[in-house]
Design a protein around this ligand. Structure first.
Ligand code: F6R
Length: 259
């Protein structure tokens, strides 16, 4: 089962994940990071900055989970801009080694296949950071997405477009389509780290961690993976039935295990 870590706040969560990534990069300077966007992973990227001071990050490789279709790549809310601003520049990564799904590819029907090939050629993702949508999506795999899905074009739900309208001037500006890693693609990463904060994510987290495995809650795909860490604040944990067990487990965990 997923290891569930309940933390007091997002800064603590960011620190835990940043410790893990920094240790990985000290062992393997060319490790492959799976990068999420949205607001959830920001505390991880912020905490990493301090931890990577003095660490050579020039060989780090990375693949973003998803990208909007129909948005100028230079738009500040395109995910390639977000990754450049929040990850590549502050951490001193080589932009040529950090990729976002090529949503402006003229051959969009096969662009996903090539993206998956590139992930495979890099040796696969070592640690995949994930957020979760209020409708249970991971990446932009909306409810109903196949657990075997690969990187491909998806249509965003009305709910997701409403949730993401906060990044734009209005919901009409939120793109309707995206190129997203599939659930099958995400499940190939060696370690999944799913973060969620706030009451609005409590139902999605309870479904993903403890609910029956179903394509209607794409986050339940994590139950099929052998190494998953779910890090949540108290509000996002508030609908978990086994919360006391998760707390006992983490409090009594040997330090050498990390997350
Ligand atoms: C973003 C992504 C999405 C977000 C999810 C939560 O790359 O893949 O699954 O993680 O929509 O978004 P936030 O973090 O903004 O609540």
């Amino acid at each position: 089962m997923a290891e569930v870590v309940i933390v007091p706040d997002r800064v603590t969560a960011g620190g835990l994940v940043a410790d893990e990534i920094a240790a990985l990069l000290r062992r393997r300077p060319d490790a492959v990071l799976g990068l999420a966007t949205g607001s959830t992973p920001l505390p991880v990227y912020q905490a990493l900055r301090a931890r990577l001071e003095g660490v050579d990050t020039s060989q780090v490789r990375g693949f973003a989970l998803d990208e909007y279709i129909g948005i100028d790549p230079a738009h500040p809310e395109s995910y390639s801009s977000v990754i450049a601003r929040e990850v590549v520049e502050p951490l001193g990564l080589d932009p040529a080694l950090i990729r976002t799904p090529p949503a402006d590819d003229p051959d969009i029907a096969t662009a996903g296949e090539r993206y998956d090939d590139a992930i495979r050629a890099a040796g696969g993702v070592d640690i995949q950071i994930l957020g979760i949508g209020t409708d249970g999506h991971i990446g932009f795999n909306e409810p109903g997405s196949s657990f075997a899905s690969r990187t491909r074009v998806k249509t965003l739900t009305r709910q997701t477009r409403e949730d993401n309208a906060r990044f734009f001037d209005s919901i009409d500006e939120v793109p309707r389509h995206c190129l997203t890693q599939g659930l099958g693609t995400i499940l190939e990463a060696r370690h999944l780290v799913l973060l969620a904060f706030g009451e609005g994510k409590a139902a999605a987290i309870a479904g993903a961690v403890e609910g029956p495995v179903t394509a209607m809650v794409p986050g339940t795909a994590i139950q099929l993976h052998p190494h998953v860490t779910v890090i949540v604040d108290e509000a996002a944990a508030s609908k978990l039935r086994l919360d006391q067990y998760y707390r006992d487990t983490f409090d009594n965990k040997p330090a050498w295990q990390g997350i």
